[in-house]
Design a protein around this ligand. Sequence first.
Ligand code: NAP
Length: 287
Amino acid sequence: MTLTASARLMDGTALARRITEETAARAAAITERTGSAPCLATVLVGEDPASVTYVRMKRSRCAKAGIESRHLALPAETGTEELVDTLTGLSEDPAVHGILLQHPVGPHIDERAAFEAIAPAKDVDGVTVHSFGAMGFGLPGFQSCTPGGIMRLLDEYGVELAGRKAVVVGRSAILGRPVGMLLLARDATVTYCHSRTRDLAAELREADVVVAAVGRPRLVRGEDLKPGAVVIDAGYNPGNIGDVDFESASARASLITPVPGGVGPMTIAVLLAQTVDAAARQLGGSA
Ligand code: NAP
């Protein structure tokens, strides 16, 4: 059978560019008004090549948006206590407005203890229990960046969520779980699928909106989708391959994110926007 692509692409690159232009204007206004540029501290433990690349990309986008970045590269053998001390120091440093701990940090570190050393006011990556709780209760706070980016994409393309059935595949603390919470807050009927889900295809067939956040190349296939579904592919596997089989899925979906160029650029755009929000609050005034 030959499949013909019919879905409209959700262009994360273009939306991220627009958000970042607004962020840059807000950063410039803060710098002019206060004499201090917004500053993001990036902390990297070890030299995992993917993590090194992610941090480099984030810092380069910061520079382009007029956000300063201060990078701390810690040796792979750094322990939990030392990492917690470093993050506590950054939390107390008035010249730093946002903190990003690049993860994963390595199995010998208590990642949760490290994240919790980040002051909630500087948690621009949305990784603390405080931020997660605020998100769950619908209170103001910083969102996890990838889920926040996904919600902005859905809004940009006018996707109706209230009363629609959303299936989130994956339940990690940084991605699947919070995106489900944000969809619920918008009155979607949310189902989480995970490695113990008995019949993933049956769940997917019911979904008006699918968010794939698994880390398994092409797990979600077109034949399992409801015709006209909106498909968000947050997966990023080696070789630029998503968690959705793009070819078959785009023949069934009404809207779909490409990989790359969908969710990925949105994550950094939200990180930068939240850094400027944090700086505005800490330096006084709004931006
Ligand atoms: P993760 O922590 O490994 O979580 C994966 C989730 O998928 C788990 O909840 C797991 O279930 C579930 N899962 C595994 N196999 C499954 C299967 N066969 N069927 C259904 N569910 C299954 O991964 P993550 O950090 O959330 O990342 C997920 C993907 O998103 C990766 O490709 C990652 O690279 C990508 N990502 C992209 C961005 C971005 O900026 N674009 C940011 C973060 C992550 P259990 O809970 O039962 O183990």
